[in-house]
Design a protein around this ligand. Structure first.
Ligand code: GRF
Length: 223
């Protein structure tokens, strides 16, 4: 008896900049490492380099320029329509530099992820690499979390730690963190696509158990 393969999880990726995480996710989909497919890449600004990269990869990419809307509600309505039109069942924020309203976030509860370049709850917000170096941290890293109304505050799912090395600058540390991001973000999407990770009553469950702490690994080997 053959078992029908599960259809790939349709994912919308929202970007504002470079889009290197989007590319890592697209590659993981393309090589079959995760059972997902990017059905839309959406940028909130026309000059987001991620849009060109998405098109080069043959992905459906759209710009919904926030500045063309009189207010956030108008922008979010257009964003919501595009997500619905794409058929996405998971929304992935990948360097999306815009704070979404509580209403928008609630609509995607348990189905929207973010990646943040720090070991949350340390260093929410911007300039995380500068702040980690200034604080004399021995380790820094990246966190994947479900998005809630609290900025960088949703349930943590996965973290990768990297060392802060003597002589590190924000760019050198950022490059090390990004290598780790490109591993853990596709991985978490893969968990969701495989039905291993779900949100129930605001709490993540992984493999049938409540996930009270993120899954953490050390990525010591990267540059
Ligand atoms: C990443 O460092 C991510 O953690 C943060 O924004 C950056 C996006 O990088 N949220 P990219 O656009 O995916 O290259």
């Amino acid at each position: 008896m053959s078992v029908a393969a599960q259809p790939a999880l349709p994912v919308a990726v929202l970007v504002s900049g470079r889009g290197s995480n989007m590319v890592a996710i697209a590659r993981a989909c393309a090589r079959g490492a995760i059972n997902a497919r990017i059905v839309r890449v959406i940028a909130d600004r026309a000059d987001a380099a991620g849009i060109d990269k998405a098109r080069e990869l043959g992905l459906e990419a759209r710009v919904i320029a926030a500045k063309q809307f009189p207010d956030r509600a108008g922008f979010e309505a257009a964003l919501q329509s595009e997500i619905e039109a794409s058929g996405a069942r998971l929304v992935v924020l990948a360097g999306f530099m815009r704070i979404l309203s509580g209403e928008f976030v609630a609509r995607h509860a348990g189905a929207m992820l973010n990646i943040h370049p720090s070991l949350l709850p340390k260093f929410t917000g911007l300039h995380t690499h500068e702040r980690a170096i200034a604080a004399g941290e021995a380790r820094h890293g990246a966190s994947v979390h479900f998005v809630t109304g609290e900025l960088d505050g949703g349930p943590l799912l996965r973290q990768a730690r990297v060392p802060v090395l003597p002589g590190d600058t924000p760019p050198s540390l950022s490059a090390r963190v990004q290598v780790a991001e490109h591993i853990i973000y596709p991985e978490v999407i893969g968990w969701i696509a495989a039905g291993r990770l779900v949100a129930r009553e605001g709490l993540p469950w992984l493999d049938g158990r409540p996930l009270r702490q993120p899954v953490v690994t050390d990525e010591e080997t990267h540059p």
